[in-house]
Design a protein around this ligand. Structure first.
Ligand SMILES: [Zn+2]
Length: 311
């Protein structure tokens, strides 16, 4: 295959990146912007600064997010592309500018529907409290994530968006469906054990939630808010005699804290005794949906294959 000079420099830069030769990659991306200013060189320079920061002569790295945005926006003037929109969407998402991020993810999805595009669009909508629309796109993301490790990010966000849009029945049926279909992927995903408990608890399926408690706490610790749900769940299924056991478990966990240890321990003791405190803590629980960051380098054959799109 014949490469143009621009493509050749770009490929060399990407090869350097794969070898983690960040200085060489940065020099090559800069050279390409200088000699072959255009969509590819500008986008990739922007992606590099965003993911890697700026490599300095003394071997240190500094954040180059502002500079990254300038390059990504300059690339956008040449061409609307999936990768550039995804990169810009992620940039604005991380800055907390969700309305702008939403626009970029929307555009990315309209160019090339993908699991990560729909997931990220759903996540920005969720954080803007547009739960119903979020659930629509997160559902689309779920249908595209089968058999990949994205499943552990996408499904919890979908379930929480359903709960927030008052579709608890649907959330429960999706939960049970994925538990029966994707057992192995879900068992390896630690954080999902917690989500399975919280989702079934929030959907008022206390019998099923109670069955998850032992399993969830045997693998890792939870915060006091989730412990409040555990206590409430035990009471609702008539097992308040087990509260003491889990309270001791939580105190042992909190004793390992460096920060605010005693205050947290006092708090969980109170939570175990007072329904009003439990209610308040539980009502303040909030889920934070995560984005899926893609590589976004134009010409990177390694990642672009995985996510199923052609640039
Ligand atoms: Zn890549």
């Amino acid at each position: 295959m014949e490469y143009s000079n621009a493509e050749k420099i770009n490929q060399d830069a990407i090869t350097a990146l794969e070898k983690q030769d960040f200085h060489i990659a940065q020099d090559l991306f800069r050279k390409n912007v200088k000699e072959n200013r255009g969509f590819i060189s500008l986008n990739n320079m922007g992606v590099f600064y965003f993911h890697e920061g700026m490599e300095l002569k003394n071997g240190k790295t500094r954040c180059a997010n502002k500079l990254s945005l300038r390059f990504l926006l300059a690339a956008e003037k040449y061409k609307h592309s999936y990768a550039n929109n995804m990169a810009l969407g992620t940039w604005f998402f991380e800055e907390g500018e969700h309305k702008t991020a939403e626009g970029y993810f929307r555009q990315a999805c309209s160019l090339t529907p993908s699991c990560s595009g729909y997931n990220n669009l759903g996540a920005t909508l969720y954080l803007q409290r547009e739960y119903s629309e979020a659930s629509l796109y997160l559902g689309k993301a779920c249908s595209l994530c089968e058999g990949t490790d994205m499943i552990e990010k996408v499904y919890p966000s979908y379930l929480f968006s359903l709960i927030k849009s008052k579709k608890k029945k649907k959330a429960l049926s999706v939960l049970h469906q994925i538990l029966s279909e994707n057992v192995t992927e879900l068992e390896t995903a630690m954080s999902l054990k917690q989500d399975v408990f919280i989702v079934s608890y929030l959907c008022n399926d206390m019998q099923f939630a109670e069955k998850q408690i032992e399993n969830m706490l045997s693998v890792y610790s939870v915060d006091n808010t989730i412990m409040a749900m555990v206590f409430d769940c035990l009471i609702k299924v008539g097992k308040e005699n087990e509260i003491g056991k889990y309270l001791r478990h939580q105190i042992e966990h909190l004793e390992g804290f460096d920060f605010n240890r005693n205050a947290e321990i006092e708090r969980i003791k109170k939570i175990s005794k007072h329904a009003s405190l439990r209610e308040r803590d539980i009502s303040e629980y909030s889920y934070f949906p995560s984005t899926i960051t893609e590589c976004c380098y134009i010409g990177c054959t390694k990642h672009n294959v995985d996510i199923g799109f052609v640039l």
